[in-house]
Design a protein around this ligand. Sequence first.
Ligand code: ZN
Length: 246
Amino acid sequence: MARSIGVTIWNEFRHEQQDDRIAAIYPNGIHRAIGDGLTKEPDLAVRTATLDEAEHGLTDEALTHTDVLIWWGHKAHDEVTDDVVERVHRRVLQGMGLIVLHSGHFSKIFKRLMGTTCDLKWRAVGEKERLWVVAPGHPIVEGVGEFIELEEEEMYGEHFDVPPPETLVFVSWFSGGEVFRSGACYTRGAGKIFYFRPGHETHPTYFHDDVRRVIANAVRWAAPVSGPARVFGKVEPQEAILSGAR
Ligand code: ZN
């Protein structure tokens, strides 16, 4: 049997503890809801980490055992220490997968990896979102239909200030008229990154079967491969160089 994929679900976990309406939707936190969605997946070994744990639960030890890190944050991006951001960044370049959800677009780690503002338009009134699959052969949409429909979500609209995705998997339409590149794949170093838009804290989005399916698929897609170690710097030639032979 294949080795299991170590998944760490990181959540800021503030809204759920400070707002009763949000606690009513996610009584155990967004991280537990996402985790519950992954428990049906026998090949995934899931743990969680939150902002208020020591080193935000993202110690060297924890990250060493993390193949794919899932990130949800919103109101406390600035409280994530630069040391932890540096550590996560280094692990991504080494090959750790990273799945950035919803308002994580403004996290320090995503902005650092993208190199742009990652800004966008938004409107939080609870409108319909239809995420159209635009990469039908991609592993992230395994088992998904032509689109995913969410009855009530926050709107994110273009322009989304990110580099052009290497693969665009979803484009969202909102009932207010905007569109958004809502599922985007990147590579940085040896690491694979997937940005997935839905998941505003006042809607039960992370209980939606298709959203859970996409996150599970994205974990498998982003998991590191046991490829060659990356080698840099001055090296000896592979064989004798015949200088002046011609
Ligand atoms: Zn939101």
